[in-house]
Design a protein around this ligand. Structure first.
Ligand code: HEC
Length: 136
């Protein structure tokens, strides 16, 4: 059953996320991507686990927080170049999670830097569930 749900819901959820009109509020687009990752993961997302994942190092030099800040409601600073990074929490940055391809590209690059592997769908869902709890 889990496999069937994965096979049916994964692509469907991705399609829904990709088709979510940009006119929707920012958090709506982020919420659609959270649903897509959750469907792929096959387990419920947990914001608390996402917060912990974001703030610890995974055997390498950086945590996600090293560049984005521990609570990414304000600007972050790139840990090696010092370049400013806009807030990651979607309620604080209208550009976040509006482009599925961009989100995937940065998850891939950042997870490789932090974990030396890609993040799983469950890890991405946890982080996004937490980011969506950060409100003004
Ligand atoms: C070495 C610095 C660095 C680290 C560490 C880092 N990031 Fe990023 N991240 C960036 C930069 C730079 C961008 C792209 C610039 C921007 O979007 O402002 C970015 C963009 C993103 C985006 C794109 C969101 C969007 O729609 O615009 C996501 C998602 C993301 N990071 C998540 C993570 C997660 C999760 C981790 C930990 C596994 C992490 N980042 C660790 C630097 C970093």
């Amino acid at each position: 059953m889990r496999l069937l749900t994965f096979m049916l819901m994964g692509p469907l959820a991705w399609w829904l996320a990709a088709m979510t009109p940009l006119a929707h509020s920012q958090t709506a687009s982020a919420a659609a991507q959270l649903s897509a990752y959750t469907a792929l993961a096959g387990v419920p997302a947990q914001a608390g686990r996402g917060e912990a994942f974001f703030n610890v190092r995974h055997g390498r030099d950086w945590a996600c927080a090293s560049c984005h800040g521990a609570v990414p409601t304000g600007p972050g600073k790139h840990a090696s170049t010092g370049k400013l990074i806009g807030p990651l929490a979607p309620a604080f940055n209208p550009e976040r999670f509006s482009d599925v391809a961009k989100v995937e590209k940065w998850f891939r690059r950042n997870c490789n830097d932090v974990l030396a592997r890609e993040c799983s769908a469950a890890e991405k869902a946890d982080v996004m569930a937490w980011l969506l709890t950060l409100r003004r």
